[in-house]
Design a protein around this ligand. Structure first.
Ligand code: GTP
Ligand code: MG
Length: 369
């Protein structure tokens, strides 16, 4: 929705549609003339052709709630948020699980880790947040809605299988989003593993390892045998330090929904990655068109918590409906404000829907003449 088609993109750039299609194939994307192109990919393609691109994010989040610019002195370093992408079966889930087992200390009672869609790991006393919903679908779905949650992308490539179509797709999405990449060459325990071949293959995509004179970080790992995990964590921290990630903990929170569901006992539950500011129990919140008051918060270890600051994933209870992944969550001054914003947004959404359906019926009419 709202995305440009191959044909439109070709028109805008003054080239033929087949040119655009062949460029897309080069990027690992198959599309016909009438198909919509991922916004990031379209932008990358147009920029390659020397066009300046302005992406108008057609979300309903439009700044109904203005936020003030942060003062430099209020900013504090914050942990990085990492997403794992890669081809099917290359070991994304195994790697996430291995990191979690090795780096999430569960001293808390019971030590049972919750699956809430994101978790916080710790390495050398530094925190790293992993989004637990791997796959570029989640990555692009969020970005399509204007949500920027990932600071570092780990692209997993199985050393026995090598670079595959979804590896290329993942790389292109990450490049388009301008997020630093770390390549995790997985399954190096396998007898037929060939990490050098992976390096050769990725060189074609301008991902050259440091030992070959490039600047892409490659780490050999085995999610199965837990090999290379420490190096991977060190590299994540290194890349994160270079990015100088900061946030202001002393202001009303801003975050993005990474998962949401309707829980039988607890009602609507949203896992939100708090990105800036701090959220507290009792805060009034707005989240897309829904709203509420934070009734309770649960962290990734299943503990009830009162407050959550930047780069913390939390489950939030108290919203009046089920949120959508990619929705922005914002703390507002009071319930009344939350309700008003929600109403305005709902009106706006209805208006947009009406316009859409009016257009569709007109088109239908014309096509029948
Ligand atoms: P999808 O979610 O289906 O895209 O797969 P995935 O990328 O999450 O891969 P997953 O972690 O499910 O692993 C796929 C298969 O590879 C499983 O059978 C794993 O046990 C196996 N596997 C993952 N990592 C390793 C590894 O380091 N070594 C070996 N030998 N096998 C591995
Ligand atoms: Mg998986």
């Amino acid at each position: 929705e709202g995305r440009i088609t191959v044909g439109e993109l070709a028109d805008k750039m003054g080239v033929s549609a087949s040119d655009v299609i062949s460029k897309l194939i080069g990027l690992g994307v198959m599309a016909t003339i009438n198909q919509a192109v991922d916004t990031d990919i379209a932008k990358m393609l147009a920029e390659e052709q020397g066009f300046e691109v302005e992406v108008k994010v057609d979300t309903l989040e439009e700044k109904l709630v203005e936020t003030e610019e942060d003062k430099e002195e209020d900013l504090r370093p914050r942990p990085p948020v990492v997403t794992i992408l890669g081809h099917v079966d290359h070991g994304k889930t195994s790697l996430l699980d291995a990191i979690r087992e090795a780096n999430v200390t569960s001293q808390e009672a019971g030590g049972i880790t919750q699956h809430i869609g994101a978790y916080q790991a710790e390495y050398n006393d530094k925190k790293i947040v992993f989004l637990d919903t791997p796959g570029h679908e989640a990555f692009t779905a969020m970005r399509a809605r204007g949500a920027q949650v990932t600071d570092i992308a780990i692209v997993v490539v199985a050393a026995d299988d090598g670079v595959m179509p979804q590896t290329v797709e993942a790389i292109n999405h990450v490049k388009a989003a301008d997020v630093p990449i770390i390549i995790a060459v997985n399954k190096i325990d396998k007898p037929n593993a060939n990490p050098d071949r992976v390096k050769q293959q990725l060189a074609e995509y301008e991902l050259i390892p440091e030992d070959w004179g490039g600047d892409t970080v490659f780490v050999d790992v085995s999610a199965l045998k837990h090999t290379g995990l420490d190096t991977l964590m060190e590299m994540i921290l290194l890349v994160s330090e270079m990015a100088e990630l900061k946030a202001n903990p002393d202001k009303p929170a801003l975050g993005t929904v990474v998962e949401a569901k309707l829980d039988k006992g607890r009602g609507p539950v949203a896992t939100v990655l708090i990105q800036d500011g701090t959220i507290e129990v009792g805060d009034s919140i707005i989240c897309g068109t829904i709203y509420g008051k934070v009734r309770a918060m649960v962290d990734d270890r299943g503990n009830r918590i009162e407050k959550a600051g930047p780069a913390t994933p939390v489950e939030i209870l108290g919203l009046n409906d089920v949120a959508e992944a990619g929705d922005m969550l914002q703390v507002v001054t009071d319930d009344k404000m939350a309700r008003q914003i929600s109403e305005k947004r709902s009106d706006k959404r209805r208006e947009v829907e009406l316009k859409k359906s009016a257009k569709v019926s007109l088109d239908d009419l014309f096509s029948q003449i």
